[in-house]
Design a protein around this ligand. Structure first.
Ligand SMILES: *Cc1c(COP(=O)(O)O)cnc(C)c1O
Length: 381
């Protein structure tokens, strides 16, 4: 076992700029939810992605929940959602007591399959049970293929919520990730490409809806001198201290993306020639941030299974992870319907069985990255 500090999948990477904004919050005593850092952080993110506005929130999950509330998702409603994702994409459907229906991935980007979505849309339309929303997830830093997805959703008149928690800074045909749905959401959780330790953002072209989100996120307080409430509210706003961290992080986002892309290039160059190994590639339609570099091991061409590779790395103090376990395979969603890419071919399930997320930490040195690669070459060859 080698002696080195742990190499992480993706850890918080501060630039030093964050502390100035946090200090400003202390000097002005804006140690509160809301304040100048929150306003500026919202403006900076909206400008960066090119959306009309943004609302800073306590988490990406809160942003998804508010998007569903704004789309009036209620008990008994159907909501379609990508299956291959983190559970936070779908939990807010359950908060609303609505029913999730899961949609498979297509094999190229691992994101929502337009073929599966079309089957699901048609069947639910025929049943007279149109979904209230479709939650499309952009996995591991890469955008879904929105042209066919939007065409379908426009035809059936179902709004899209874009879960861009993992894809801040990615693009699709020249447009920034997060701006393809009625609502887009970002996450600033500790392992995301930029972080506020915890936080999220809701973006949209619809300013009135964003104002409604601000209202709901601050306990739905009516405009009255006394405390008056006519709706259920939430405590979902971001703290002004944490927004300060976010402002510093926004200044280095492009640097982080450049490094993530470099990391992925190193892996691809040195591992892709090994039999049975595929390093997921960027699609021609846009820029991937490669938030995480991911690898598939084809069981027909290599004896090494993902769990073994993860164990070997771990015994050398290197963190790697399995791919998200698809939500249609989760005990909590056991009863839910699932539409596979092609009937009888579960793409998400196969990616889960064959995939690994490799250490993609921008704090990692070139020497550390080289060490991971040498170990992987040794294990996989
Ligand atoms: C991280 C993540 C979320 C949740 O974001 P939080 O800020 O942790 O609530 C939602 N969806 C996806 C795909 C994520 O990766």
């Amino acid at each position: 076992m080698t002696e080195h500090k742990r190499i992480y999948l993706a850890s918080p990477h501060m630039s030093g700029l964050e502390q100035q904004y946090v200090k400003d919050a202390f000097i002005t005593n804006w140690v509160a939810p809301l304040g100048p850092n929150v306003d500026a952080f919202e403006k900076e993110v909206a400008e960066y992605v090119g959306s009309a506005g943004a609302v800073a929130l306590s988490s990406g999950t809160a942003a998804i929940h508010l998007a569903l509330l704004l789309l009036n998702v209620q008990e008994g409603d159907i909501v379609f959602c990508s299956s291959l994702t983190f559970v936070a994409s779908a939990n807010p459907i359950l908060y609303q007591k609505a029913t999730p229906v899961f949609i498979d991935s297509e094999p190229e980007s691992w994101n929502m399959s337009p073929i599966a979505l079309e089957r699901a849309m048609k069947e639910y339309a025929d049943k007279g049970k149109k979904p209230k929303a479709v939650i499309v997830v952009n996995l591991y830093g890469q955008s879904a293929d929105y042209d066919p997805l939007i065409r379908l959703c426009e035809y059936y008149e179902v709004p899209i919520v874009e879960d861009a928690a993992e894809s801040l800074g990615a693009s699709y045909k020249g447009k920034m990730s997060g701006t393809f749905g009625r609502f887009g959401i970002f996450s600033f959780n500790g392992n995301k490409i930029i972080t506020t330790s915890g936080g999220g953002m809701l973006v949209s072209e619809d300013q009135a809806a964003l104002n409604k989100a601000r209202f709901l996120a601050t306990q739905a307080r009516d405009q009255a001198k006394h405390y008056q409430h006519s709706e259920v509210g939430y405590n979902y706003r971001l703290s002004n201290v944490l927004a300060g961290i976010g402002r510093g992080q926004m200044e280095v986002l492009e640097e982080r993306i450049a490094r993530k892309r470099e990391i992925r290039q190193h892996y691809a160059k040195q591992l892709a020639t090994i039999s049975g190994v595929t390093i997921l590639a960027e699609q021609t339609y846009g820029r991937s941030t490669y938030w995480l570099t991911t690898m598939l091991l084809d069981p027909q061409q290599t004896e090494v299974r993902p769990a073994q590779a993860i164990d070997v790395l771990d015994s050398n103090n290197i963190e790697s992870r399995p791919i998200w376990k698809p939500l249609h395979l989760q005990p909590i969603f056991e009863e839910c319907y699932y539409y596979s890419h092609i009937e009888g071919e579960d793409v998400a399930g196969k990616i889960f069985e064959q995939g690994i997320c490799l250490p993609s930490d921008t704090n990692m040195t070139d020497a550390e990255l080289e060490e991971v690669i040498v170990l992987l070459r040794h294990t996989l060859s």
